[in-house]
Ligand binder design. Structure first.
Ligand code: ADP
Ligand code: ADP
Length: 217
């Protein structure tokens, strides 16, 4: 049993900076970054059955069904590298997923300790997602706000960067709507549970990190 494990859930709309902050936090706190979107994209590039199923939803900007998503994240959290805890990014995204997460963590003697809710207005989200460049290992850049040292290439391993299929403007607007309809109820859910902390996500990346680190401590 891992009594001291810490679980942080990053909450916020697509493009708020969940992945960017989750990576830094996980590194600073010695926790594992668990991104449901990255897990789906890994399945996609490995051409697994789960990847093919997920792609049919992801490309339309819809959520992948709860049962497969929950099973995938449960499997990830049960691996030994998560023994000290995890920074969850992109999960939970529905009330059913939040309930399931409570059950999964309870089995591991843990709970959701903190939920930084990164709040950013819609027009900024559209601009951020439109300029998002990804590395195949999941590092996130922005054409203007956080450019790589060499245009279109990853700083660390030099591999080419790509733009996500679902970051096209029409899919982006739909994903933002899906967030308001299906995910935003989690704000009140975690507020009621006493774990929500609202973070102003419009400031530069480092200042957002500082604000989250203040509440973590
Ligand atoms: P973003 O970081 O831009 O919000 P993600 O990488 O988290 O996007 O997710 C990309 C897509 O993967 C989502 O639009 C959805 O199709 C699928 N997805 C990721 N996480 C979940 C989840 N928890 N539940 C259902 N679908 C998910
Ligand atoms: P999410 O995981 O919430 O969808 P990301 O972390 O992928 O969001 O960030 C979306 C885009 O916005 C990326 O291109 C990222 O480089 C950029 N970004 C993230 N945080 C900030 C910030 N505080 N200021 C400006 N740009 C940001």
């Amino acid at each position: 049993m891992n009594e001291k494990a810490t679980y942080i859930v990053m909450l916020g709309p697509p493009g708020a900076g969940k992945g960017t902050q989750a990576k830094v936090l996980a590194e600073k706190l010695g926790l594992v970054h668990v991104s449901s979107g990255d897990l789906f994209r890994e399945n996609l590039s490995n051409e697994t059955e789960l990847g093919k199923l997920a792609a049919s939803y992801m490309n339309k900007g819809e959520l992948v069904p709860d049962d497969v998503t929950i099973a995938m994240v449960k499997d990830r959290l049960s691996r030994p590298d998560c023994a000290l805890g995890a920074v969850l990014d992109g999960f939970p995204r529905t009330p059913a997923q939040a309930q399931a997460l409570n059950g999964i963590l309870a089995e591991m003697n843990g709970r959701v300790d903190l939920v930084p809710f990164i709040s950013v207005p819609n027009e900024v989200l559209v601009e951020r997602l439109g300029g998002r460049w990804m590395s195949h290992s999941g590092r996130v850049y922005h054409a203007i706000n956080n450019p790589p040292k060499v245009k279109w290439f990853d700083d660390i391993d030099g591999t080419p960067l790509y733009q996500r299929e679902d970051d096209k403007p029409e899919t982006v607007l739909h994903r933002i709507n899906v967030y308001y309809e299906q995910t935003s109820p989690l704000i009140e859910y975690y507020r009621a549970a006493g774990s929500l902390v609202e973070i102003d996500g419009t400031r530069p990346i480092e200042l957002v990190t500082d604000e989250i680190m203040k509440v973590v401590k």
